[in-house]
Structure formats: structure tokens, C-alpha cells
Design a protein around this ligand. Structure first.
Ligand SMILES: N[C@@H](CCC[C@H](N)C(=O)O)C(=O)O
Length: 270
């Protein structure tokens, strides 16, 4: 059976979107099928595979699979891409929380729920200060830990471009202190309104942009009082504006693009 897909990206963080709101997929998506479709040599290729399903309480339910086929709770850039697809107003239910999207002039905004900062909410393996975890990996030390629907560790460094992220990222992602693994962010505060960021994503590797990473990094910098309540986060793929609102929620604003559409034979990947 042929299945239609939409290829999208947010600042170069790219997605395969399978819209199963009206027509269900031929069978439940397995982690193996997600990984096969995400493969850049033998599949369609993507950082994340997104499945849209009907929802009683929201415009749709969004399921998120990383490049390695594992299902995860949140993806900021995919939420903006799906917001673009749905038009507004849209409420998107994820296992990481309810997300609301609005369309602006060439940008999409997402409202995320209040970030969680207690050690067991990240989650971490044991109790510790999440504003300066007393741990280090090579030159990366004392990260901030924040959960914005998914877990992030944020390291503030003098020059994020100089960090060997391909080497330290996987080591930190798989450290036993993070029982659900972690997304690894290396950030440089430029001034009180500007941050530069690179991200090693759990289940993917380095991506051109990570929306939840930008949100978690902005919150971490705000918790450390390094920046104001609204900042521009510059990622390799482009900028995102992040505001930590007075009501506790986060608003993320940035670009989202549809690249092309196509179809594939389900049985070739099942
Ligand atoms: N690219 C995403 C994050 C996707 C999920 C992440 N890799 C995880 O495992 O939590 C974003 O834009 O937020």
C-alpha cells in the first residue's frame, strides 16, 4: 500500500510527516519502520519522523520518532512545521504536553508549557542541584538541567564552536546520570538578548537546529540570570526567538518550511 508523506524542516532540522488524521497508517508504526524511513541512504531521510493522529481534545495528536527510531515526547521545530501545515488556531497534543501554535509573517510561534527543573523531573538518576550539576565531561562542566517536554543538559562555554560535540555529545547522552538519556546543548552567551547554540540531539546526533534545545537553553540562561526574559538563540540553521512568559510558559518563534511531498510503498519499510 502506498503512503503519502510531507517533507518539512525548521531551520534545517528536517522531518518526514505522515498525516494519519483521516486515513490511518496500514499498520502501527514500529521503531524499526521509523528508523528505516529516517535512514538518509536507504530511506527518505530525516532527523525526526512525525505521525499526526486524530485527537478529541486538540487539533491533532503528534507522535515523534528520532532518527534512531525511538519515540520521544517533544520536538519544537516539528511543532512549528506541523503548525504551518494545520493553519491556525492549532492545539497539538504530545506526550510532552499540549502545544499551541499561531502563524505570523513568515514565522510560526509555539506556546510550550512551564519548564520543569526538579532533578526527578529531568529525570536524573539521583538528587542534585539542577542549576549547576556537580559533574563534568572533558572541558564541559556543571550543566544546567531543564525538561521542556524532553530532557536537556545545557553547558555554558566561552566558544560553543570550539567544543568537540561529536566526541562529548554521545558520551554525555548515554551517561547513567540521565536514565532516559539527554539532549546535549553547548551555548555561548553573547549579550543579554543573544545566545549562540549547538545541539547534540538524543537519538540523532548534531542537528542544524533544535527548538526544544533553544527553549531549554534560554530558560537555563534566565535561571542563571545571564540574559533577559526574551532572547534570540542563533543555531547553525538560523535564529529562534524565545520568551519565558510571566505565566511560566515559553513562547518560541521561528521559521518552518515545507520542502516537498511524495509517497512510498509501506511494505518496503515494514
Ligand atoms: N529536534 C527537536 C528535538 C527532537 C527530540 C529530541 N532529539 C529528543 O530525543 O528529545 C526539536 O526541535 O526540539
Amino acid at each position: 500500500m502506498r503512503v503519502e508523506f510531507i517533507k518539512m524542516h525548521g531551520l534545517g532540522n528536517d522531518f518526514i510527516v505522515l498525516d494519519a488524521r483521516e486515513n490511518a497508517l496500514p499498520a502501527a508504526l514500529t521503531n524499526e519502520t521509523a528508523r528505516a524511513l529516517a535512514d538518509r541512504h536507504t530511506g527518505i531521510g530525516c532527523d525526526q519522523l512525525i505521525v499526526l493522529e486524530p485527537s478529541d481534545s486538540a487539533t491533532c495528536r503528534m507522535r515523534i520518532y528520532n532518527h534512531d527510531g525511538g519515540e520521544v515526547e517533544a520536538c519544537g521545530n516539528a511543532t512549528r512545521a506541523v503548525g504551518l501545515l494545520l493553519g491556525e488556531p492549532a492545539r497539538i497534543a504530545t506526550s510532552g504536553g499540549m502545544l499551541e501554535t499561531t502563524l505570523g509573517d513568515g514565522v510560526v510561534s509555539v506556546e510550550l508549557e512551564t519548564p520543569r527543573c526538579e532533578w526527578e523531573q529531568i529525570p536524573l538518576a539521583y538528587a542534585m542541584d539542577t542549576l549547576a550539576m556537580p559533574l563534568g565531561w572533558g572541558e564541559l562542566e556543571q550543566p544546567v538541567a531543564v525538561n521542556v517536554g524532553n530532557p536537556h543538559a545545557i553547558f555554558f562555554v566561552d566558544d560553543c564552536d570550539a567544543v568537540p560535540l561529536d566526541q562529548l555529545g554521545p558520551e554525555i547522552e548515554h551517561d547513567a546520570v540521565f536514565p532516559e538519556r539527554v539532549n546535549v546543548n553547548v551555548a555561548t552567551v553573547v549579550d543579554r538578548q543573544t545566545i549562540r547554540l549547538r545541539v547534540w540531539e538524543r537519538g540523532v546526533g548534531q542537528t542544524r537546529a533544535c527548538g526544544t534545545g533553544a527553549c531549554a537553553t534560554a530558560v537555563a540562561a534566565m535561571r542563571r540570570k545571564l540574559v533577559d526574559r526574551e532572547v534570540t538563540v542563533h543555531l547553525p540553521g538560523g535564529p529562534l526567538t524565545i520568551a519565558w512568559r510571566e505565566d511560566g510558559g515559553i513562547t518560541m518563534t521561528g521559521g518552518a518550511t515545507e520542502s516537498f511531498r511524495g509517497s512510498f510503498e509501506w511494505d518496503d519499510f515494514a
